[in-house]
Design a protein around this ligand. Structure first.
Ligand code: URA
Ligand code: SF4
Length: 215
């Protein structure tokens, strides 16, 4: 099957409910074949902040909701520590279907660049609908989706950025401030002795993002 990306499946509407409904029919890349369901973003349609993760995990694939597993719990703790109310945040992913390697368990696999690019029209439609003041990109996959494949997370985490004009942001009618930080799963995967520091660094980046709201 020719893989042409999500654009032809994304309706022209910016109604979040209609977008969330339409994503279930997406065949913009091959990931829909093995996943249980598409996992669209969740949260208020007028949230001042949008957070973008990588893709649903095993738990999200089953639940149909983003960030409901271990990474979601860590993210919630980090939001609490940064003084960010989850009710102010619309949470979504760069890729809407779970990618995995079949083993004894379903093992998470980083989505390919082509899957990330294929799925980007959904993310752009969500951003264009919610129209946030601030976008937080959690991890390299989300960062590279919107900031380009050469973006270096380690060099630019916690900085206040803007989305570049170009292919990645076609159709986007807003110009939010952007902060990139690590993915909560990276904190969970870190060596036990490093986790507290990694968590604090995530919180510090989220505090930068929190400080931009209403500015
Ligand atoms: N990791 C992500 O990037 N997104 C989720 O929704 C869950 C885990
Ligand atoms: Fe469509 Fe994205 Fe799912 Fe691929 S991952 S089928 S582009 S919704």
């Amino acid at each position: 099957m020719a893989v042409t990306g999500a654009a032809r499946f994304v309706p022209a509407t910016r109604d979040l409910g209609e977008l969330a409904e339409a994503v279930h029919a997406c065949k913009g890349c091959d990931l829909y074949v093995d996943a249980t369901q598409a996992v669209f973003g969740a949260g208020p349609g007028t949230a001042p902040m949008v957070m973008v993760g990588e893709q649903p995990g095993d738990r999200e694939d089953t639940a149909g909701q983003p960030f409901v597993g271990p990474a979601g719990r860590l993210l919630q703790r980090a939001l609490d520590a940064a003084g960010i109310d989850r009710a102010e945040v619309y949470v979504t992913n760069a890729v809407k279907h779970f990618t995995f390697t079949r083993g004894r368990r379903l093992i998470h696999k980083t989505p390919s660049r082509s899957d990330v690019v294929a799925c980007r029209p959904w993310l752009i439609a969500e951003l264009d609908s919610v129209r946030p003041e601030v976008v937080v990109l959690l991890g390299a996959t989300a960062a590279k989706s919107l900031l380009g494949p050469d973006f270096r997370l380690t060099a630019h985490r916690g900085e206040v950025l803007r989305l570049p004009a170009g292919d990645a942001t076609v159709g986007l009618g807003v110009d939010p401030l952007v902060v990139v930080t690590v993915h909560p799963s990276a904190v969970l995967r870190g060596r036990p002795g490093d986790r507290a520091e990694a968590f604090d660094a995530l919180v510090a980046d989220l505090e930068v993002a929190a400080g931009l709201m209403g500015s």
